[in-house]
Design a protein around this ligand. Structure first.
Ligand code: SF4
Length: 351
């Protein structure tokens, strides 16, 4: 499967490039109070550990804007300030070393303020993401289209883009998010025809971990398959670490990025005579941070097990309270059920 990625400009966000031919990055957003530097730094470190490329934090007030300075000294990934309405918060975040701003220039109170923010952002090489959301489209646009639609989202984004372009600012990233999958896909497809700025994609307010993962996999997956998307944020009502893990799974499933071990496991059926579900979950969890480009097959019985286990780099095929261990297509040994997890992990770690 070859995906032809849409050509976009490159925009630097700290040391990470968004767009062009650079890898599609994964973002998340902290859900701590940004003013609580210790909690926020700890959460960002957890996100870094699982492979988050860029992190965003909410900036509701000056105290949060000032926290950026301290947070920056403790973390290793670029940090984005999420700002609404108050341009002074943007200026303070820039002063405090933020790597990117998320703000809509049409909402900060006029051209002079846009100019001021842009002047400072330009001087420090800080990009701006215009983030249009179905829940906050401008009243006039909603009246024109009578409801939230792809056309309305795109028009709103183009208006914000024009404000930045009018003051010669082009380090722009754009997102057009809705919680409806089809609306989101239609909107991104529409704007992709009109601009070449990198696109930040995601299904917003997608829901709790299970619902949000399903909706995001469909929406983000469809966009990525169509070549759209330069940076991804999975939005989940849950631990932001889950957002990164889901984002990685989506990119890995589409062979867009390789983060480590690829697991294949069967759903089990009446033929399975071992606790395969327990083994599969335990092995996957314990190896979640191992970055080896290998495929591991965890299969329940002799029907499809040997075939998949042989095709994988390493795998097991369950038997009666036991399993056959395969490595590089060969049977290595027969193992007792109570040893499967330990031996499989041990053999994977040796590879
Ligand atoms: Fe059932 Fe065996 Fe297929 Fe697993 S591999 S689903 S246990 S037939």
């Amino acid at each position: 499967m070859t995906i032809t990625r849409r050509q976009t400009r490159e925009v630097s966000c700290g040391k990470v490039i968004i767009g062009g031919k650079s890898p599609i990055t994964i973002q998340s957003m902290t859900n701590t109070d940004t003013r609580d530097v210790v909690k926020t730094v700890n959460q960002i470190k957890s996100l870094e550990e699982v492979g988050c490329d860029i992190v965003r934090v909410a900036i509701p007030d000056m105290e949060a804007a000032d926290a950026i300075k301290l947070i920056k000294t403790e973390i290793n990934i670029p940090i984005v300030a999420d700002i609404h309405f108050d341009y002074r918060l943007a200026l303070r975040c820039i002063e405090n070393g933020v790597d990117k701003l998320r703000l809509n220039p049409g909402n900060i109170g006029g051209t002079d303020r846009v100019k001021e923010v842009v002047k400072q952002a330009k001087e420090r090489g800080i990009p701006i993401r215009i983030g249009v959301n179905a829940g906050s489209i401008e009243k006039e646009i909603l009246e024109k289209y009578e409801k939230v639609s792809a056309e309305a989202l795109v028009e709103s984004a183009l208006n914000h883009i024009k404000l930045l372009e009018a003051v010669n600012f082009n380090d722009i990233i754009v997102s057009l998010k809705a919680s409806d999958i089809k609306l989101t896909i239609d909107s991104y497809n529409m704007i992709a025809e009109k601009i070449d700025y990198p696109l930040h994609i995601g299904i917003t307010e997608a829901g709790t971990i299970r619902n949000g993962t399903i909706k995001s996999s469909i929406g983000v997956g469809a966009l990525l398959l169509g070549g759209i998307g330069d940076t991804v944020r999975i939005s989940l009502t849950g631990d932001p670490v889950e957002e990164v893990l889901v984002g990685k799974e989506i990119l890995q499933a589409l062979h867009i990025r390789n983060f480590g071990i690829k697991f294949i496991s069967c759903p089990t059926c009446g033929r399975c005579q071992i606790d395969l579900i327990g083994v599969a979950n335990a092995v996957e969890y314990k190896l979640k941070n191992i970055k080896k480009p290998i495929t591991v097959a965890i299969m329940g019985c002799a029907v499809n097990g040997p075939g998949e286990a042989k095709e994988a780099d390493i795998g097991i095929a369950g038997g009666k309270s036991s399993a056959l261990l395969f490595k590089r297509g060969q049977v290595i040994k027969k193992i007792r059920e109570d040893q499967i997890e330990e031996i499989l992990i041990d053999e994977i770690m040796k590879m």
